[in-house]
Ligand binder design. Structure first.
Ligand code: GLN
Length: 199
């Protein structure tokens, strides 16, 4: 097993929960607050929160260009909820994405009345169905309304795509970091390890 460092973008949102989960998995974590720190990490998590705020702060600190290089280098990036919106190629309504994954998303698309809810979903990690359900926590979650042909769907519920991957980009509409189920984080760590092995 390679020694890896995982970064969690710590500008706004629930980055602390991701950090805790990675620490529970004994993975060294770095809180990323400046673009320079991207050089120290092998993979990055963009947490849930408010995508417009995270976007504004990313612009202010000059993250965007550096993140483009990071992605081009093959290093994996995992976005949950607001992080998913930030990685998407198209955001309907107010908001914009980096265009790292070919999908269109609609923010806050599950409606005001059900701002947050939980569902058990099943996950297909690279065509290996995991029989145990995953408790998915949705908080003002976005809907993925379109995906390009290279996007692999790892989980969906009632035709809504919830977890998807395109090459080194992984996105999730719900919040695995708010449960104690580490399977999705472990899958992301595997993506990081595989990328390093291929170098
Ligand atoms: N509604 C938020 C947004 O549009 C995302 C919510 C979340 O990350 N839990 O940015």
């Amino acid at each position: 097993m390679n020694k890896i460092n995982v970064g969690v973008l710590a500008l706004q949102g629930d980055f602390k929960e991701h950090i805790k989960m990675l620490k529970d998995l004994n993975v060294p974590v770095i809180e990323i607050r400046s673009p320079k720190q991207l050089e120290e990490i092998d993979g990055l998590i963009i947490p849930g929160g408010e995508s417009t705020t995270i976007n504004k702060l990313m612009n202010k600190y000059g993250f965007k260009e550096r993140l483009k290089d990071f992605r081009r280098s093959g290093k994996p990036i995992f976005g949950t909820c607001a992080g998913l919106i930030i990685l998407a190629s198209e955001v309907s309504g107010k908001g914009s994405g980096l265009g790292f994954i070919d999908m269109k998303v609609k923010r806050n698309a599950y409606g005001r009345q059900i701002d947050s809810f939980e569902e058990m979903v099943s996950i297909n990690f690279d065509h290996k169905p995991d029989r145990n359900g995953f408790k998915s926590v949705f908080i003002r979650a976005p809907k993925i309304v379109y995906t390009g042909k290279n996007v692999k769907v790892l989980s969906s519920l009632n035709d809504e795509i919830l977890l998807a991957r395109e090459k080194n980009i992984l996105v999730c509409a719900f919040h695995p970091e708010l449960t104690d189920d580490t399977r999705i984080h472990k899958y992301f760590i595997e993506m990081i390890n595989k990328n390093l092995e291929e170098k």
